[in-house]
Design a protein around this ligand. Structure first.
Ligand SMILES: NC(=O)c1ccc[n+]([C@@H]2O[C@H](COP(=O)([O-])OP(=O)(O)OC[C@H]3O[C@@H](n4cnc5c(N)ncnc54)[C@H](O)[C@@H]3O)[C@@H](O)[C@H]2O)c1
Length: 256
């Protein structure tokens, strides 16, 4: 297989960093658009300094110029866009009841999780469409949903709404881009052990250990999500698009 180029937003820590490691291990070129490079995991800086196949742009997914610099910089360095992974996401800065949420928090979450995902996907797909297919595809796009696209959290309506929106983006792009041989999937993590969930670590540990909410009764790890994405773009799902892969320890399975 030709060396593939993977683009990921928010790859400096958490799940994104796990995905970066996975694809570097597989011999891919990896490029990262990361807003908080200064606050990235120290191991990310070490990887960046020692790995010529890894390139990072300090930028914001919400800024059209940063998105374009990311895409054009990737093409200049590595020649192609093979796999776009829309991982960057935010939770509300303050959890507030649905009756107290303000417009600033709504815009912060919806812009990053949904609007930026849409416009980065749109522009990437325009560029992928112009590429020659390799192994039957011009590109893959992976979106990050969440169990909160269907599980209500009354203190995080912005997050729930943004992830429900991502579920539909995935379907619209999958339908529209299939004739271009560009395949689109959603990964839907459950609770994964990252800086994002560190503020509610005890609550989720209780759900896992005492409340029987997760059939596979352990915290998810970034590597669990990274391996699922690796499988999705392996070429083994060549007659599937628009699929949702739950990476949630079976949380979505209801039991009476
Ligand atoms: N951790 C979980 O349990 C969980 C569950 C479901 C879904 N998710 C989703 O998985 C994705 C990754 O989550 P995580 O837990 O690793 O989060 P995290 O907060 O640990 O890491 C997110 C990364 O994205 C970067 N980022 C944030 N805003 C950005 C912006 N505007 N531009 C560029 N980079 C930006 C951050 O700097 C950080 O490096 C998110 O989309 C999140 O909603 C996470």
């Amino acid at each position: 297989m030709a060396t593939r180029t993977v683009l990921i937003t928010g790859g400096g820590r958490g799940i994104g960093l796990g995905v970066v490691r996975q694809f570097l291990d597989e011999g891919c070129n990896v490029t990262v658009l990361e807003k908080n490079l200064d606050a990235a995991d120290p191991s990310f800086a070490a990887l960046l300094a020692s790995t010529p196949q890894l390139w990072a742009v300090a930028g914001d997914v919400n800024d059209p110029d940063d998105r374009e610099a990311f895409l054009q910089g990737t093409i200049e360095r590595f020649g192609r866009l093979d796999i776009l992974i829309n991982n960057a996401g935010v939770a509300p800065r303050v959890r507030r009841d649905v009756l107290e949420v303000d417009e600033e928090s709504w815009d912060f979450v919806l812009d990053t999780n949904l609007k930026a995902n849409f416009f980065l996907t749109q522009r990437s797909a325009q560029l992928m469409k112009a590429q020659q297919p390799i192994d039957g595809t011009r590109g893959f796009i992976i979106n990050f949903g969440s169990i909160n696209s269907y599980v209500v959290a009354t203190d995080r309506v912005e997050y729930c709404a943004s992830k429900a929106g991502v579920a539909m983006l995935t379907q619209v792009f999958a339908r529209g881009l299939a004739p271009e041989q560009i395949y689109v999937y959603e990964v839907r993590p459950g609770v994964i052990d990252t800086p994002m969930t560190s503020v509610v670590h005890d609550k989720y540990t209780r759900m896992i250990e005492e409340e029987d909410a997760f059939p596979i009764a352990r915290w998810g790890q970034p590597s669990d999500v990274a391996l699922a994405i690796s499988a999705l773009v392996s070429g083994k799902f060549r007659y599937s698009t628009g699929e949702v892969i739950n990476v949630d320890g079976g949380f979505h399975l209801r039991k009476l």
